[in-house]
Design a protein. Structure first.
Lengths: 116, 131
């Protein structure tokens, strides 16, 4: 990738700004666990520095463009059914708007999700 | 830096969320209207000199139209480098493939630098910029 010396805190702030606009109309919000949110955003800034794209920090890249594009954060539109069922995205950066305590949410694999 | 503020553009020429390029004493500048507050930044992208006024402004974040590098217009800070492009699965003709490979090799060495910002003030309906 081309080189860009990024201030991690500044980039986290801008990603927060852009992501909020995307997830809010989808019925999601940032996790109320601020420490977790900061950690995950920081990982995304690192991934963006490495690949040029803020991929989901909890998913592996597979060198398959179509599949990899489906884990660009926020990846909610690509995995909506699963996320609606577990009320959060895989890494937990986003949760449904009604979620207060993300630690109480169930962890269900995709095959246990209805209609998946 | 000059002491004087130069008349750059009439404030009503830029709607909130908009931006416009102006030239002042040979300096190419983009004046941005961020919710009624005006900012001025250098027109050329800190990555490959594309004209930033042809990009998009969202809040205080300016995205370059060429490779989508992003900048904070309040301080000019580079927030991200270029987004990698993809030509899809199709194999390009040999000449084009070689050309793209050369371009890619050169681009690896291009740094994305922060852009210059200019102090602004609003006076009698005009945005003034300190060069």
């Amino acid at each position: 990738m081309s080189q860009c010396k990024v201030n991690i805190e500044s980039r986290k702030k801008s990603l927060h700004y852009f992501f909020e606009k995307v997830v809010e109309p989808l019925g999601f919000k940032f996790t109320p666990d601020v420490e977790m949110m900061n950690f995950l955003l920081e990982q995304e800034v690192i991934l963006e520095g490495r690949h040029g794209i803020p991929f989901c920090p909890c998913q592996p890249l597979r060198n398959d463009r179509v599949r990899d594009m489906q884990i660009v954060c926020p990846c909610i539109p690509f995995h909506r059914k699963h996320f609606d069922e577990i009320k959060r995205c895989w890494c937990g950066l986003f949760v449904h708007k009604d979620v207060i305590d993300p630690d109480k949410l169930p962890q269900l694999p995709p095959k246990e999700v209805k209609n998946e | 830096m000059s002491e004087k503020f130069s008349k750059a553009i009439s404030a009503d020429e830029i709607a909130p969320g908009g931006m416009k390029a102006v030239e002042l004493d040979g300096n190419e500048i983009v004046v941005c209207n961020c919710g009624g507050k005006y900012y001025a930044v250098q027109r050329r992208c800190g990555h490959m000199n594309a004209p930033l006024d042809m990009g998009t402004l969202d809040g205080i974040y300016l995205t370059c139209p060429m490779h989508c590098a992003q900048f904070d217009i309040t301080n000019g800070e580079a927030l991200s480098g270029p987004v990698p492009s993809d030509i899809g699965q199709e194999i390009p003709p040999p000449f084009l493939g070689q050309y793209l490979q050369n371009i890619g090799m050169l681009m690896k060495h291009v740094h994305t630098e922060s852009i210059r910002t200019y102090e602004t003030k609003l006076e009698a309906g005009w945005v003034r910029v300190r060069l």
